[in-house]
Design a protein around this ligand. Structure first.
Ligand SMILES: Nc1ncnc2c1ncn2[C@@H]1O[C@H](COP(=O)(O)OP(=O)(O)O)[C@@H](O)[C@H]1O
Ligand SMILES: [Mg+2]
Length: 307
């Protein structure tokens, strides 16, 4: 898994806070699953941070721990079997892992919202979308049914669902995949969170619709000055980067290889790679590469960059 900082705008804090650091900072996060067959080490020392108005793209092959990291941040990890043996998840400087359930609940949805890949299984099939959107306002702001419906229509307009007023009583299955994903975005926006985590938000959509949904998300992010963590395995979604994909499958997490986790699949691996975990180091100009702000965890990144 790698992260790419796609800073959109200069961050401006949305609320007064004596905290000057990033909106969200994940430090040395480890997540493991205790299964009958042993301990699966799904996340091993992830670090990232994102600020208001910033987009952080989290890229990685299937099974590399992207969703598990996001679930840990949202506080929706299944524990057990999941366990966080090490690390910090700082929201405005406060470690969410040390908070009470009650404190975490206040952040979830209100401060940090999540958009999942599969809108159809996230929405309730037997309730109208208007009811489900309105529920956010009834539960969190105590609005009446009627006022909540007005808010739901506003949100549907906001995410550019045509004829929102006429469609507010429709059920999820009556919308196309792209429109359903817009409804998911509307749900996430409802409480005006500081941060949205979008986990493969367009994977289930076809390419033209993907682009529309991504554009909408970027537009709303700017308008609300939110932080956005965009998780994807699809390089096309973050098209201005071209990364080399290493062939083969991720390792068995019950038996993560010693040294670099990629060593069994890497054509350039040496004994060093099989014994020592490479440190994450800045890729600086002095080293002959013009990649300011980038870091690499590869013993041979210099050679690799220079082909
Ligand atoms: N509840 C769970 N119990 C056991 N293993 C899990 C659980 N949830 C996720 N995993 C494992 O953690 C690894 C990382 O999964 P995930 O974060 O979903 O990957 P991705 O990068 O594709 O989002 C996978 O090997 C997955 O099987
Ligand atoms: Mg995933």
């Amino acid at each position: 898994m790698s992260t790419i900082d796609k800073t959109a705008t200069v961050p401006a804090p949305r609320e007064n806070s004596d905290h000057n650091g990033p909106l969200l900072e994940v430090r040395d996060l480890h997540v493991e699953f205790h299964t009958r067959d042993g301990v699966a080490k799904a996340v091993n020392g992830v670090n990232y941070s994102v600020d208001a108005g910033e987009t952080l793209a989290v890229l990685g092959e299937s099974g590399s721990g992207k969703s598990v990291t996001a679930q840990a941040v949202m506080g929706i990890l299944d524990m057990p079997p999941g366990k966080i043996p090490q690390g910090e998840i700082l929201f405005r400087g406060e470690d969410m892992l040390k908070m009470s359930d009650e404190e975490r609940r206040k952040i979830r949805g209100r401060k940090i919202a999540m958009i999942f890949q599969d809108a159809l299984s996230s929405l309730n099939p037997v309730l109208s979308v208007g009811y489900q959107l309105g529920e956010m306002f009834r539960v969190h702001h105590g609005l009446s049914k009627k006022d909540a419906k007005v808010k739901a229509i506003e949100l549907m307009d906001k995410v550019k669902i045509p004829a929102a007023k006429a469609r507010v009583s429709d059920y999820p299955h009556q919308f196309s995949g792209g429109m359903r994903q817009r409804i998911m975005i509307a749900m996430a926006l409802a409480l005006e969170p500081d941060l949205i985590i979008a986990d493969e938000p367009t994977t289930a959509l076809d390419v033209t619709v993907q682009a529309q949904v991504m554009d909408l998300l970027a537009e709303l992010q700017r308008e609300y000055n939110m932080g956005l963590i965009l998780i994807t395995h699809d390089l096309g979604v973050v098209a201005d980067v071209e990364l080399y994909a290493i062939k083969g499958l991720p390792p068995n997490l019950l038996k993560v290889p010693s040294g670099c986790a990629f060593n069994p699949r890497c054509p350039k691996a040496t004994d060093l790679c099989r014994t020592e975990i490479p440190a994450l180091v800045p890729v600086t100009e002095q080293d002959g590469a013009d990649l300011p702000g980038r870091k690499s965890a590869c013993h041979f990144w210099k050679e690799t960059i220079h082909g």
